[in-house]
Design a protein around this ligand. Sequence first.
Ligand code: HEM
Length: 331
Amino acid sequence: MSVSQSKKGDFAAVRQAIKALLHQPEYDDGSAGPVLVRLAWHSSGTYDINTDTGGSNGAGMRYEYEGGDPANAGLQHARVFLEPVKEAHPWITYSDLWTLAGAVAIEEAGGPSISWQGGRTDFVDDTKILKNKIAGRLPDATQGAGHLRKVFYRMGFNDQEIVALSGAHTLGRCHGDRSGFEGPWVNNPTRFSNQYFKLLSTLEWKPKTLPSGVKQFMYYDEDTETELMMLPTDMALLADPGFEPWVRRYGEDKDLFFRDFAKVFSKLMELGIERDAEGRITNTDNELGGYLSAPKKANAPQYKKHAGDEGLPVAEASGLEEKNARYRARL
Ligand code: HEM
């Protein structure tokens, strides 16, 4: 392990290190930001308010049961981007690093400043994830408004918050080899804005079936000669009387969207986190060792594609392949 480039608790230094890695000319649209935002959201979005389980505390995605959830396909890119930051600042927990990276990525993309507090601890094994059945809790983009409410009410969000959170789809794109869907929602997917809502509420979206059979919605922008997309769940926001007024309001009022998004993203990162008056996390998982960072998930998990593959370098979470194939087959 390398020598720490910062003192324990120096989150400002980690912020700087995250900022420095966002520019990735060889990757997607030139930024690691969108996939980092998705990592932060998926690490938090497993929360269940009824059983008080899941959430960003623990960094469960380091373990195959959660990391290999088909909904998390592709997030190994985000984790790998952050690995040098972890190496340079080994005192930080993965659960703090992943959530902080999401907040920094939003801010650096021109979004609102996100209130973020540290102190999360990493699970030392996957017993909590297995026992609480964390996998399978994230939303399925092929579904409709009822599914969105079921999933997000379970986290403790209301209709307005569901719409505000969905505005993050102004960043990034869908990847055929991850979710099966294809393309960006907006023309400038590395810039945080209310463009997603504007386009969703004003353009005429047409159903499109990809060669793989996956169904999404498309709009061809003649000016820029680019094709934009919406997921079935994005369209569900427009079709539902409880969601639709918020889609329009956020499309018309960027400041309102930025204010509401900052609040709700911060709430997302804090799901399941209990703090005392000084802001110290008091979750029972954290009592044993205090602020302890668990070692990283192995670079080469014990995953063998074929008998005789021993010794081959295997990328992190490559066990996803088979599960993704099954997931896509379902779509
Ligand atoms: C409302 C339910 C949601 C559904 C069904 C959904 C689904 C998806 C899907 C299918 C993708 C494409 C993944 C890929 O192929 O790489 C995606 C990407 C993304 N999602 Fe969502 N999402 C939802 C909510 C959210 C929320 C709440 C956030 C954050 C607050 C978010 C942030 C993102 C970002 C930033 C990307 C782009 C990632 C990249 O470029 O690699 N999504 N989402």
